[in-house]
Ligand binder design. Structure first.
Ligand code: ZN
Length: 393
């Protein structure tokens, strides 16, 4: 079937084309709504009296390799209804053509949405540019998310987890829609029956993500026997990272020993570090005392009585959960310390000269780190000398 192409075919439904121009690389189409009247968004009464006009400039689908920008002459109307509280309103267009505040027509947005779904954010951003529809990676994601949140429908994939009404005091389950990334509801309490009743009332749920504790598992099994139970990524990561940190924490002392970075000269510590170091030594003493008692066969109860420490602390020490490592902030300088110490012992005291020497051998840090270090050593030496002087008195 052949039909003549008319200029009006360029415009979305309900719009008339006033003019078409090329502006640089773009095609600019000036449009106007066909209908002389509209309806008030508040009272839905018909309105004809125009208050003023303004321009909206949304992007539209490209034509012939050119981006298309629409210039729509929109109107503000008076609402003359006596019962309506609204006086003036902006002309609303059909949501399926141009939504309120939209920067793109609905038909362009549909394609952006599809690109977002197919390609994702960052990889998707380069492709629309070649299709003459440049949108940023953030826009792609925003459009996808907006469309998901606009969908209303039944719950199919949910997550259920604890929610604190008051931290440490009252908890209840929170149910989230994982497809729309939105909380659905907060249930009153963690009783099995409460969750079971909620789940049983939503038979459309097919997948439930939960923590690895058994509580919700049983509620799901009873409320939705056919639903699949999965552990969500957050809980898997949380569990594995805790296990990893525990394992590393227990062998940290040996690791630091092997690396040779647990040699600490208390004289070279700053005031704050010195305080921390003293605390560390105190904790070490406690740990060793408890372990000695345990090795001698003393029961936990007796250790608590003898040492005056809490039961939790004693248990933590015996389980190896209170192994402590003292470390100062890792510094650029660490690997240069032997070099620096050699020069220092040979009598080099000028920090700037030391830094120049280090830089010529490949050090990339600033001179400040070296002069700070020199200052500390100077103070330490002074303290030593005054200590010697005092002991001589
Ligand atoms: Zn009205």
């Amino acid at each position: 079937m052949h039909g003549r192409f008319q200029r009006a075919d360029l415009a979305p439904e309900d719009f008339a084309v006033v003019s078409v121009h090329t502006v640089g690389e773009h095609l600019q189409i000036l449009l106007r709504a066909r209908c002389a009247m509209t309806f008030c968004p508040d009272c839905a009464g018909p309105c004809r009296r125009v208050q003023s006009r303004y321009l909206r400039r949304p992007w539209d689908l490209p034509i012939g390799g050119r981006r298309v920008s629409l210039v729509i002459e929109a109107r503000r109307f008076w609402c003359d209804s006596v019962v309506c509280s609204r006086r003036v309103f902006c002309e609303p267009f059909d949501r399926d053509v141009l939504a309120r505040y939209a920067r793109r027509t609905a038909r362009l947005e549909t394609i952006v949405h599809q690109l977002g779904l197919a390609l994702g954010g960052r990889p998707g951003a380069a492709f629309p540019r070649r299709l003459m529809m440049p949108v940023s990676k953030d826009t792609l994601l925003r459009v996808v998310r907006r469309r998901v949140s606009q969908q209303s429908g039944e719950l199919t994939v949910i997550g259920i987890d604890d929610f604190a009404f008051r931290r440490g005091q009252t908890y209840g389950p929170i149910v989230c829609d994982l497809e729309r990334r939105k909380p659905v509801t907060l249930l009153q309490d963690r009783a099995l029956e409460t969750s079971r009743t909620f789940l049983a009332a939503h038979p459309s749920i097919a997948v439930v993500a939960r923590d690895r504790g058994g509580g919700y598992g049983e509620a799901i099994a009873r409320g939705l026997p056919n639903a699949e139970q999965v552990a969500d990524r957050w809980h898997l990561m949380e569990n594995s990272s805790r296990a990893f940190l525990d394992a590393v924490g227990k062998s940290m002392r040996q690791i630091r020993h092997a690396l040779g970075c647990n040699v600490i000269d208390p004289k070279l510590l700053t005031c704050v570090e010195k305080l921390q170091y003293e605390g560390y030594l105190r904790r070490q003493e406690t740990n060793e005392a408890i372990q000695r008692l345990a090795k001698a066969g003393t029961s936990i109860r007796q250790i608590v009585r003898q040492t005056g420490h809490s039961r939790k602390l004693v248990r933590d020490v015996l389980r190896g959960q209170r192994l402590d490592v003292f470390r100062t902030r890792p510094s650029f300088l660490e690997q240069w310390l032997p070099w620096l110490n050699d020069r220092w012992d040979a009598g080099a005291r000028n920090a700037l000269a030391l830094w120049r020497g280090m830089r010529s051998e490949g050090f990339t840090g600033q001179s400040g780190v070296v002069s700070q270090r020199a200052q500390r050593r100077r103070l330490a030496e002074k303290a030593n000398q005054s200590g010697l002087a005092r002991s001589r008195d």
